[in-house]
Design a protein around this ligand. Structure first.
Ligand code: AQP
Length: 330
């Protein structure tokens, strides 16, 4: 079976964007692929974190991934920093990546503009660590949101170049962008993507939001003055985003949704979007509460995940060290 690697950062409680664009699909992919899913705590250090919060969120995120249905027996769920081989490989790859390549990354430009007081080296070399995350397991497929395709491209470039110089070592990974809901937008500024670290709490729905909060936030969602439920990303980004969410949970097409709400106001539509979202999240939330209460179980899963991931990852690092000429003792 083909192998999948994907990760999510513990930078906040996951949003509906993370759910629709990423983790919901992770659960579905388990029947067709061998999956490795990672809580990317090292990546989250590129933005300053409160240590106690980061620790708590890391365990919570693992519990949430279990709650959406990640099966830790059949697949591997682990925390990035628990597998030191990622950073070991990242160093070798960094020495094989050009400054110019990294300078072209749009996420670096965006994030450094967002945090001008903390434009650190990790933010700049983030794509190298991400390449290491993927290449270390020889992942065939990497499910990512649209925002990550440039990083996947650089991972392929790094792998191809390394293979060219040192001989066949890495699998060239393919991106896997889900067809629907690839990018869920902010409810407050629908031309921006929904982000868990957004400072405006009305911009996102959290996976842990209760029904009242979900209804309240959708009611406030920015739309337009046109009053017609119709899909047009350019001129009606707010309504189109809500249609995308509604479509995800109901399986209805944009035309069907437009017909359903013809002659009705945005109020009715927003309430319907809130209903289907709350219904979809409710079982995950119940499971999350149950799993999180059993801290020992979550930690046991992560311990076993780290061991299994390390076995695979260490093999790649040994091979790479040997190929680049680092002395290895018997
Ligand atoms: N709005 C979104 N719509 C669809 N997919 C999304 N993803 C993130 N936001 C959306 C996908 O979720 C996965 C995990 O993302 P991440 O935690 O690694 O970081 P991110 O992409 O930077 O997500 P956030 O929520 O915006 O986090 P912060 O606020 O910390 O930057 C990825 O596959 C991503 O594509």
């Amino acid at each position: 079976r083909k192998r999948i690697l994907s990760g999510i950062q513990p930078t906040g409680t996951p949003t509906l964007g993370n759910y629709i664009g990423a983790v919901r699909n992770w659960a579905l992919l388990q029947s067709d692929y061998d999956c490795l899913y990672m809580v990317a705590d090292l990546h989250s250090l590129t933005v300053r974190q409160v240590p106690a919060d980061l620790r708590r969120r890391t365990r919570e995120l693992a519990a949430l991934l279990l709650a959406v249905g990640i099966d830790p027996k059949e697949h591997v769920l682990f925390v990035q920093s628990h597998v030191p081989a990622h950073t070991e490989l990242a160093w070798v790859l960094a020495c094989n990546t050009q400054f110019g390549e990294l300078s072209r990354m749009t996420q670096f430009k965006d994030k450094s503009a967002k945090h001008p007081d903390n434009v650190n080296g990790g933010l700049f070399t983030y794509p190298v660590l991400m390449a290491a995350d993927i290449l270390i397991y020889n992942a065939d497929l990497v499910p990512v949101g649209q925002d990550q395709t440039q990083h996947l491209e650089i991972a392929r470039d790094i792998a191809g170049r390394f293979n060219g110089i040192y001989g066949d070592t890495f699998t060239l990974p393919e991106g896997y962008v889900p067809a629907a809901g690839a990018k869920i937008m902010s409810l407050a500024e629908p031309t921006k993507k929904m982000s868990k670290s957004d400072t405006n709490i009305n911009s996102f729905i959290l996976m842990t939001d209760d029904k009242d909060a979900i209804v309240r936030k959708f009611k406030r969602a920015v739309t337009d003055s046109d009053g017609v439920v119709r899909f047009d990303r350019e001129t009606k980004p707010g309504v189109s985003n809500l249609m995308c969410i509604y479509s995800t949970f109901t399986g209805k097409s944009n035309d069907e949704i437009a017909a359903e709400f013809e002659g009705k106001g945005y109020g009715d539509f927003k309430l319907a979007v809130a209903e289907v979202t709350a219904d979809a999240l409710a079982p995950v939330q119940a499971e999350y509460a149950r799993i999180l209460a059993d801290k020992a179980y979550v930690d046991e899963v992560l311990k076993s995940g780290a061991e299994r991931a390390s076995r695979l990852a260490n093999r790649t690092v040994s091979k790479v060290y040997r190929k680049v000429g680092l002395l290895q003792l018997d």
